[in-house]
Write a protein that binds this ligand. Structure first.
Ligand SMILES: Nc1nc2c(ncn2[C@@H]2O[C@H](COP(=O)(O)OP(=O)(O)OP(=O)(O)O)[C@@H](O)[C@H]2O)c(=O)[nH]1
Ligand SMILES: [Mg+2]
Length: 243
């Protein structure tokens, strides 16, 4: 009996191995998104709007305070990553034109897990987009700076860095600013699907040196589960920070 089954079992094993390698079974691995839900709670353009929001209590009258913010240059993939975390295509607005997110957006994270403490994911406007007017860039940079500095509930700053690019001056400035205000960092390399494995590894170790030993998580935020990378690892890191 075993002799009859053996070739079939080997064939099935080989087939599974091939599918797994080609990413077809990746959806089975990248499945933490289904354990958490993301809901847009507010969109803010000014510090006054932000301050008013932080005074509010939610519908259950239970105050959610803890926040993790996503920051990075325009077009680095902040909003796409939020969609990938949610397992949805259109929760956050994505565009190939830089400067799409011109506001601070709060997404509430909930889970049915017992004792889970809800928190906010905060999508910040991108910085460094040269084609916006100087006044606009200054306004956003002031808004981001003031938000980072004045938000006591901010537990970590996810810094999104493009896997394809050498470290950029604006990224280094943001990291340095976060350090001066003692804000813990969660570094993420985006668009990893656009880099070879060799480039990914090189970029990771380059950033690891800059970040005093903290290794960035490799991410890809494609539309289908098979095109995503690092989403579970990112969920785990955020849950660890927030719980
Ligand atoms: N190949 C690839 N493209 C990506 C990935 N993430 C984002 N993109 C593309 O990059 C472009 C910008 O993505 P967004 O998510 O809007 O970037 P953003 O950082 O939110 O941009 P701003 O709102 O302008 O600050 C879009 O065309 C996305 O489809 C990724 O992981 N892989
Ligand atoms: Mg955006």
């Amino acid at each position: 009996m075993l002799l009859v089954l053996l070739p079939w079992l080997s064939y099935a094993y080989f087939l599974l191995l091939c599918l797994f390698r080609r990413g077809i079974l990746l959806s089975k691995r990248e499945n933490l998104s289904s354990m958490y839900s993301l809901t847009l709670s507010g969109t803010f353009y000014t510090l006054e709007q932000l301050a008013a929001f932080s005074q509010q209590t939610d519908e259950t009258c239970e105050k959610i305070t803890l926040q993790i913010a996503f920051a990075g240059r325009s077009n680095v993939g902040k909003s796409s990553l939020i969609n990938a975390l949610a397992g949805r295509k259109n929760l956050a607005k994505v565009s190939s034109t830089p400067g799409k997110t011109a506001s601070i957006n709060f997404y509430r994270v909930d889970s049915k897990q017992e004792g889970f403490q809800s928190f906010y994911l905060v999508d910040l406007p991108g910085y460094g987009y040269a084609q916006r007017s100087k006044t606009e860039r200054e306004k956003w940079s002031y808004l981001i700076g003031a938000y980072l500095k004045s938000t006591e509930q901010l537990h970590a700053l996810a810094v999104l860095l493009d896997c394809r690019l050498e470290p950029q001056q604006s990224d280094l400035e943001l990291i340095s600013y976060a350090r001066t205000i003692r804000l813990p960092l969660l570094p993420l390399l985006t668009k990893a699907d656009k880099c070879t494995r060799n480039e990914q590894a090189k970029r990771q170790s380059q950033w690891k040196k800059i970040l005093y030993g903290q290794k960035p998580i490799l991410t890809a935020a494609g539309g289908s589960a098979a095109q995503r990378l690092g989403i579970d690892e990112l969920w785990q890191a955020m849950v660890e920070i927030s719980q």
